[in-house]
Design a protein around this ligand. Structure first.
Ligand SMILES: CC(C)(COP(=O)(O)OP(=O)(O)OC[C@H]1O[C@@H](n2cnc3c(N)ncnc32)[C@H](O)[C@@H]1OP(=O)(O)O)[C@@H](O)C(=O)NCCC(=O)NCCS
Length: 197
């Protein structure tokens, strides 16, 4: 993925199905909101994510035009990686598959994927992503096993610290595994400019 610097912040050329770019505004000031919005305004494939210890002053500030809130429920979390060897219930099969520069670990029930997740390692930092359990397999420890197994792989690749963006459900999972909530996240997307034909 290409990363360029836009002022103080990195702009990621994500090129995913839902977005082309994502600006990561790390610890911005509420006065920066118009400048952050200017990066994405009127472009429905541009995302900006604010990462901050406290969202309250941002939520109280005037909301800029040309953007919409995409997500306001994610938490940036981190941990010192320490795999616990969490076992898998009998009856499931597991699979590793490369996913670009990352590794995907899947748990399958014979017919379909029951749970999976992805990890990438950059230096001594591991980024976990896409951890999900299909609804009929939940609360059986599958996501905990997937997270722990990805952790073990990342440690074997030299990682010492783990980071991720957690959904509200994921936050409970990761807290149960010893991860710490660190920062709030607020993601915006641009809104397509109305045509006046
Ligand atoms: C979050 C998610 C991955 C959890 O999957 P799971 O396989 O059910 O999780 P586990 O069974 O391994 O849960 C392990 C522990 O995490 C915590 N936990 C998991 N899901 C929880 C929930 N919905 N509410 C509260 N605690 C939860 C509990 O402490 C649980 O232990 P317990 O069942 O003994 O109480 C699953 O609900 C999911 O796919 N959600 C939608 C996608 C998503 O939000 N993914 C996370 C992206 S960051």
């Amino acid at each position: 993925m290409r990363v360029e610097q836009r002022g103080e912040w990195p702009l990621l050329h994500v090129r995913s199905a839902s977005r082309a770019t994502e600006l990561i505004a790390i610890d911005p000031d509420p006065d920066d909101l118009p400048a952050i919005a200017a990066h994405v305004a009127d472009d429905p494939r541009a995302m900006a994510t604010l990462v901050t210890p406290d969202l309250a002053p941002f939520l109280a500030a005037p909301f800029p035009g040309g953007v919409r809130v995409d997500r306001a429920d994610e938490t940036f979390m981190s941990t010192r990686l320490s795999p616990q060897g969490l076992p898998l219930l009998p009856g499931y099969r597991t699979r590793w598959s490369p996913d670009g520069h990352r590794m995907r670990y899947s748990v399958e029930d014979g017919r379909s994927v029951a749970a999976e997740g992805v990890v990438g390692v950059w230096g001594d930092v591991a980024v976990l992503d896409g951890i999900e359990t299909s609804s009929r397999h939940r609360r059986r420890g599958l996501a905990a096993h997937v997270t722990d197994t990805l952790t073990a792989w990342a440690v074997s690749e030299g990682a010492a610290t783990g980071v991720l963006a957690a959904s509200p459900q994921g936050r409970d999972l990761y807290v149960s595994l010893g991860w710490q909530p660190r920062l709030a996240m607020w993601s915006w997307m641009g809104i397509a400019r109305k045509s006046h034909i």
